[in-house]
Each structure stands twice: as C-alpha cells, then as structure tokens.
Design a protein around this ligand. Sequence first.
Ligand SMILES: [Zn+2]
Length: 283
Amino acid sequence: MFFDTHNHSQFSFDGGATTVEKSVKAAVDKGFGGICFTDHCDYYVPEMKAQFEPIVCEVFDVGAQQAEIDRVSAMVADGAFGKAAAKKFKVLKGIEVGLDEHSRELNRNLLSAQHFDQIIASVHYLEDTDPYFGPYYKGKNWKEAYGRYLETLLREMKRLEDFDIMGHFDYIVRYAPYPKESILYRDFPGLIDEILKYLIENGKGLEINTKTYRAYGLRTPQLDRDILIRYMELGGEIICLGSDSHKAEQVGAKFDYFAQYIKMFGFRRLGHFEGRKLKMVTI
Ligand SMILES: [Zn+2]
C-alpha cells in the first residue's frame, strides 16, 4: 500500500488546474493508503526569474490549504470515495519548504507556528538564480553545477533541522544543459556520503522523486543505483516515494516501478510521516 508523500494542489503557485479533491480521488482509485499535500513555500524568489516569467508569491496559504484538506478528509470519512477508502485512506497535511539562505528565519518561524504531518525540505533556487532557466549553468561545467547544488542542499538542511524528508536531491539534473544526465555516486562520493549520513543520523527520509526520472526534451535522468546501495550500507531505511504531482493524473506516477527497483537492493518498506511521526509500510 503506497503513500504518495509529495504532491501539489491548487494552493501551490504552479498547481494549475489540480485540486486536493481530484488528487485524493486519483490516489484512492490507485488503491493507495494516503496522500500528502506538500505545497510550495519559497519565501525568496530570485529576481532573475522575472526575465522569464512574472514573479508571483510562492508561499501558499497554509490555513486555506489545511481547511480544504479537512473538508476533503471529512468527505473521505463519509464514504464519498467508497467504503474501503472511508476506513483507511489518509489525507495528510504537508509543506515543501524551499531552502535558501535568505529564508532561514522565515522558514523556521512558519514551521514552528503551524502544524504539519510532514515537512519536505528542498532546494529550488540557489546563487540568486532559478536553475529552471539558463543563467545558473553559465560558466559552470556539470561537476560544478551539480556539486554546488548538493553542497547548498546539505548546508541548508543542516541549518533548518526541522523537517522530515529531503526533497528531490537531484532536482538540478532536470533542467541542466549537459550531456551528463544524472547525479552519480561515483562523481560525488564524499558529498553524497555526508548527505546520506546526515539523513540517517537525524531520522530523515530520502525521497525518490519520480518526476525527476522522466524525459526532459532529449534528456532522461536516472536514479543512480549506487546511491541506494550506499544508503543501505550506511544503515539507511527511510525511503519515501513522492510523485511531485502538479496534476491529478501524475499522482503515484511510476510507484510500481520504483518499489520493484528498490526491492532489488533489499529495501522492503517505504516511509511517510503522520503528525511528524515516521510510519513504515511494507511493500
Ligand atoms: Zn520541489
């Protein structure tokens, strides 16, 4: 039974036409045990983004999102999505916090003022750029571009501390211009070890963000098996599957594939968080 730990709803600035209700229905239809809505919270958006698209507020309305989750949870409990779902399906309250040196205090304040089931920490912006667009890569080779992303992620996670899951550690490969499509363990063994050890020692989850492993134009990033093997060697257990859905039809994308994939390396359970407490479900 799967829980999709990473989903966006109408409350994310880029949520588009999706809604909590539609994505819950999609997850119920797939036979999942639950879904967590982790809308975007990026307090700092680099100015250069305005060259490419108008800057909008990227901090969601936590109160409105949680009220809507309560409303849809009540529908689930009343049987609106079927009897089986009424008994077991969980709609969880989450957030995807954008790590950034400018946002440290605002992030900490928000997280201590609100209650969430699960907090994902991610890097979307670094060095005053949005890597979705070109300028971040200018003057950098792939090793510098990927390495600096991993260093930023590690540094800012350690600063924040108050989170449950590291989001899309290899997000930077999605939009990069290099022939090198993936972040491989052998290219950054020391840095990746440090990241994995930090997660393991602090009880945080390692997210497999299935959105990263699809085609972006001619490039299709891969999840490096050596990272999973190393994670297990170091004693890691908490793998979380997140689709990063921005549309209902993306909920749970490729979960069957990645569940089988991690089984090859000996993982038998997947993690998610309820009320900030880790739950492990056998797959
Ligand atoms: Zn993200």
